[in-house]
Write a protein that binds this ligand. Structure first.
Ligand code: ADP
Ligand code: MG
Length: 574
C-alpha cells in the first residue's frame, strides 16, 4: 500500500526528511549543520520525544514507521512522514548515525556504514534525537553527478530551512553551513517576524481564517513590496513545505491590479486541512502533494488574502487621517497587522470609500481603479471575518439556489445565479479593455466537442481570452480549458464552456461587447442548484452590493426581494 520510491536524490532531501521527522517528534528546537553541500555532512539535532533503545533498530528498517497502525491510517496521517523509508534509504547510502533518548529512559546510538551491518552503542541521555549523515553517496557515485555545485545545494537547503521556519513559527530552527551560521529563527519570533527576516521586507501583515476543517495562517506583503519572481510565495500544508502552483496562483491573483502585472508579492501560506483531503504520497520526495478538492482551497486562500489586503488598505487610509502624519511602515506592519480572531478588529469599518480612494491616490494608482468603482455603493464594506457586510449577515443557502441574508431588521432573499450574473457582467464590461483576471487550473479540463464547436472555439479564441478563458484544440475532437476567470464559482466548467460555444454558434453575427459580456456572465455564473460554501456566498453578496445595480439582473430579472421582520412575526402571531 505504501508507494515505494527513491527518497534521497540530493542532500537537500536528507535535510528535509530529517527536519520533518524532528517536527513529527514534537520538537520545538531543531539545529541543522551542513558541510560541503551536505555531501560532506548533514547533522540534525532536535529536542523531540526521542526513540526508545529497543525501537531504534526498527526505525531504520525499510517501511518501518510508528505513524501508521492500521491500513486506514494511511489516509489519516497528520504527521509529516508516513512511508517509513527515509531513514532506511539514507542509511543505505551514507555513513549514518542516529542517537536518541526519550525523557527518563536510556539512550542509544546506531551506526551504519553505507548499508552495512548496524552497530549498536549506548549513548548519553540527552533528551531528543541527533541524526548524522556523512559521506553521502560515497557508495553510489552515479548520484554524485547530479550536483551542480556544493554552493547551489547549500542555497537550496537554506531556502528550505527559511521556508520551514515561516510555516512552522512554533519551532526554533537554526542552520550552520561550513562552520558559519547561515540562518536562525528563534522561539520568540512569530510568523510576521519570520516573514520580515526571510523576505527582507518590512511591510508584511498577517491573517488567519478558518472554514470548516480548513485553517489558514498567512503572512503577506503590502502593495509596496513588488518582487520580480514568485519564489517568495511559500506554501505549507499541515506544516510541510510544498510546491503547489495552484495555491501560489491563488496568492498572485489576489494582488491583481494591486501591484503591476509581472510583479509578485512575498507571502507565507500555512494551511491545515483535514488529512483525508491531502494525498501526501504523490511524489516520493514529498515536495508536491495533491490537495483533493483543489477548487475549494484555491478560493479560500484567494479571498482571504484579498480581504486582508483590502483591510490593510483601509487601515492605512484611516490611520493616515487620524494621525495626519506619516506612519513608518514598520509600525503599520505590527500595529495594523492583526487579523487574528482573538483580537477584535478596530472599528474602522465605517469609513468613507471616497476617502480611502483619495488616500490610495498617493499610495498606488493601480488601487484607485478598484476603489473608484466601489464609491457608488459606499455603504457596503468588504466582509470582516464574521462575514458581516455592512450590517448584512449571510444566513445561508436555501434549495442550493437562494442566498438568505439579514440586514437592519429585514430578510433578504437573493437569487444566486442572477446575482452572480450581475457581478460578472459589470466586471466583464468594466474590464473589457484589460482582459479579465484568470487563474490557471491545477488540472486542465478536457471537453469532447463537435466540429462546429471546435470551429467556433478556434474562431473565438481571443473572445474567450478577453473573458479570462484559455481554450485550445487538444487532439482531434477535444478542447482543453487551461484557464478560467478568477471570479467563476461555477464548478461545471464543461457546461459553462459548452453553453458559451452554443450561444456563439447561434449568435455568430452579434459581436457587440455588451452582448458578449451578457452571454459570458450568464454562462459563467453559478447555477441554481449549485451548493455554495459560506465564504463563497459572503464574497458574492459583498460583490453584488458593490455593483451599480444589485437589484436587477442584466436580462431584467429581479435579484433580491426583501421581507421585514414584521412579516415573519405576524405569521407567528407575534
Ligand atoms: P517516517 O517518518 O515516514 O515514519 P522515517 O524512516 O523517516 O519514516 O522514520 C522512521 C521512524 O523513526 C519514524 O516513524 C519515527 O518513529 C522514528 N523517528 C525518526 N526520526 C525521529 C526523530 N527525530 N525523533 C523521534 N523519532 C524519530
Ligand atoms: Mg520521515
Amino acid at each position: 500500500m505504501v508507494a515505494a520510491g527513491e527518497v534521497v536524490e540530493r542532500p537537500f532531501n536528507v535535510v528535509k526528511e530529517l527536519v520533518e521527522n524532528s517536527a513529527d517528534a514534537g520538537a520545538t528546537r531543531i539545529s541543522i549543520t551542513v558541510e560541503n553541500g551536505g555531501v560532506g555532512m548533514v547533522r540534525v539535532t532536535d529536542n523531540g520525544r526521542g526513540i526508545l533503545p529497543d525501537d531504534l533498530p526498527v526505525a531504520i528498517q525499510r517501511f518501518a514507521t510508528s505513524k501508521i497502525q492500521t491500513a486506514d491510517d494511511v489516509y489519516n496521517v497528520r504527521t509529516f512522514g508516513f512511508r517509513g523509508e527515509a531513514l532506511a534509504a539514507i542509511s543505505s547510502v551514507s555513513d549514518f548515525s542516529i542517537k536518541s533518548c526519550r525523557k527518563g529512559e536510556n539512550g542509544a546510538e546506531i551506526r551504519i556504514k553505507h548499508g552495512g551491518k548496524p552497530e549498536i552503542l549506548p549513548a548519553p541521555e540527552l533528551e531528543g534525537t541527533t541524526v548524522e549523515v556523512r559521506s553521502l553517496f560515497a557508495n553510489v557515485p552515479a548520484r554524485l553527478k547530479f550536483f551542480k555545485s556544493f554552493s547551489a545545494e547549500e542555497r537550496e537547503i537554506a531556502k528550505f530551512v527559511r521556508s520551514f521556519s515561516i510555516i512552522n513559527p512554533h519551532i526554533a530552527i537554526e542552520l550552520d553551513t561550513n562552520g558559519k551560521q547561515a540562518y536562525i529563527a528563534t522561539a520568540g519570533m512569530d510568523m510576521v517576524a519570520r516573514g520580515v527576516q526571510v523576505f527582507r521586507e518590512k511591510d508584511i501583515v498577517k491573517g488567519f481564517a478558518e472554514y470548516e476543517d480548513m485553517k489558514l495562517d498567512f503572512v503577506t506583503s503590502l502593495p509596496s513590496v513588488q518582487r520580480y519572481r514568485k519564489d517568495m510565495i511559500i506554501v505549507g500544508v499541515n506544516g510541510r513545505v510544498i510546491k503547489d502552483p495552484a495555491i501560489v496562483q491563488a496568492v498572485v491573483t489576489a494582488y491583481h491590479r494591486v501591484i503591476p502585472d509581472g510583479k509578485f508579492p512575498a507571502a507565507g501560506i500555512s494551511l491545515h486541512v483535514d488529512p483525508e483531503k491531502v494525498d501526501v504520497n504523490v511524489h516520493p520526495a514529498k515536495t508536491t502533494i495533491k490537495l483533493l478538492d483543489n477548487r475549494d482551497i484555491f478560493s479560500f486562500v484567494h479571498h482571504n488574502i484579498k480581504n486582508r489586503l483590502d483591510d490593510a488598505g483601509h487601515d492605512q487610509g484611516v490611520a493616515m487621517t487620524t494621525s495626519s502624519g506619516f506612519i513608518p511602515p514598520s509600525e503599520r506592519t505590527y500595529s495594523n497587522s492583526n487579523n487574528d480572531p482573538s483580537t477584535p478588529q478596530p472599528t474602522s469599518g465605517k469609513y468613507d470609500h471616497q476617502f480611502a480612494s483619495v488616500e490610495y491616490n498617493i499610495a498606488s494608482e493601480m488601487e484607485v481603479v478598484e476603489y473608484a468603482h466601489s464609491n457608488e455603493a459606499s455603504i457596503v464594506e468588504t466582509p470582516d471575518e464574521h462575514g458581516e457586510i455592512g450590517a448584512m449577515r449571510v444566513v445561508g443557502q436555501l434549495f442550493d439556489t437562494v442566498i438568505v441574508c439579514e440586514k437592519d431588521g429585514e430578510a433578504y432573499f437573493i437569487d444566486q445565479h442572477v446575482a452572480h450574473e450581475r457581478v460578472l457582467y459589470e466586471k466583464f464590461v468594466r474590464e473589457m479593455s484589460m482582459s479579465v483576471p484568470s487563474v490557471v487550473m491545477y488540472e486542465p479540463v478536457l471537453i469532447k466537442a463537435g466540429d462546429d464547436e471546435l470551429a467556433i472555439a478556434e474562431e473565438s479564441k481571443d473572445v474567450f481570452e478577453q473573458f479570462g478563458y484559455e481554450i485550445e484544440a487538444f487532439g482531434g475532437d477535444s478542447l482543453k480549458v487551461g484557464r478560467v476567470p478568477t471570479d467563476v464559482l461555477n464548478r461545471d466548467i464543461e457546461a459553462q464552456v459548452k453553453g458559451i460555444l452554443a450561444d456563439l454558434i447561434e449568435h455568430r453575427k452579434d459581436t457587440g461587447v455588451d452582448y458578449r459580456a451578457l452571454v459570458m456572465s450568464c454562462k459563467a455564473a453559478v447555477k441554481a442548484g449549485d451548493h455554495l460554501e459560506m465564504h463563497e456566498m459572503r464574497r458574492l453578496i459583498s460583490d453584488l452590493f458593490t455593483t451599480d445595480n444589485p437589484y436587477t439582473c442584466p436580462h431584467g430579472r429581479p435579484i433580491v426581494f426583501k421581507q421585514p421582520a414584521d412579516f415573519f412575526m405576524r405569521k407567528f402571531g407575534r
